[in-house]
Design a protein around this ligand. Sequence first.
Ligand code: NAG
Length: 353
Amino acid sequence: MRSLLFLVLISFCWADSYVANFTLERDRIFHIHENGPRLLVKAEESKVFSQRGGNITLPCKFYRPHAPSDFGLHKIRIKWTKLTSNYLKEMDVYVEMGYHKKSYGNYQGRVSLKKSTENDVSLVITNIMLEDYGKYKCEVIEGLEDDTAIVALNLEGMVFPYFPRLGRYNFNFHEAQQACLEQDAVIASFDQLYEAWRLGLDWCNAGWLSDGSVQYPITNPREPCGGKNTVPGIRNYGFSDKDLSRYDVFCFTSKFNGRFYYLIHPTKLTYDEAVHACLKDGAQIAKVGQMFAAWKLLGYDRCDAGWLADGSVRYPISRPRKRCSPTEAAVRFVGFPDKKHKLYGVYCYRSYQ
Ligand SMILES: *[C@@H]1O[C@H](CO)[C@@H](O)[C@H](O)[C@H]1NC(C)=O
């Protein structure tokens, strides 16, 4: 009953705005006043949360206030698309009409409609990937009528800044995207960076974000980072040339399905020895994103500097203490040492899949 009232309310508001826009077309106004919209699409929640490897339902239902309940259901077309961060493009995810069903790209085999009721066209996504993060559009089309609802899929995870062995400010946009993938991550969105800044991320080097903008988060205003007398916030360099401009990158990663660990080994290792030691242990040398995820999401703590796959040496500290990371919980960055130096241990990762 309550939802029916809600619908009636919506119909009135909708009709009112129509009246304002089309005061000249009197016939048409009256027609719409009597019938209201024929098709309405609603998402019960506009935001849902999950994590990598999880399953999620993006809610979406349609209502046809004037049609008999099962009339012409087979002619209704359901289309789920994903919006790009700047809303300029849509990517096909799933389409269904009657018995015809089609999923696209890497959604194949991972998406279906929930159909808990006849009007439930919520999208179920299984085995969530980092790339699934973003806004989705649920569109229902019946003849000439159509309506849409937007649902955002957020992932629990973390943002980390990244630059390569070559040094600071070396990636164009495309290389930045690739660099995150190689660290078991994806290039972060503005919303993800904003959330990280809210939780305290402070980084004084500008990095690419997924929308092609270049920004950096400052919680502690200081001279070299935009000025001492400025307010904390995300500093924005705006949209840069994706081929020619060079910056660092902000990557986003989430929970993994595997084991991250420091390899117990009798001696310190060169980089090549480190790679082989993990292989011999039935694992692989760990990636930067895996260390950040283990540190942030599992509270991993180890005061031993170890090689990672990109040739960097780091160690994750969750419990700050003397001689490790005295003032803050952090993934400490030792550097990109000469790969022949036999000075460090190694962090390995074994996938459960
Ligand atoms: C996700 O759904 C699939 C298929 O229904 C199921 O096999 C799997 O266990 C679910 N995964 C989680 C994390 O719930």
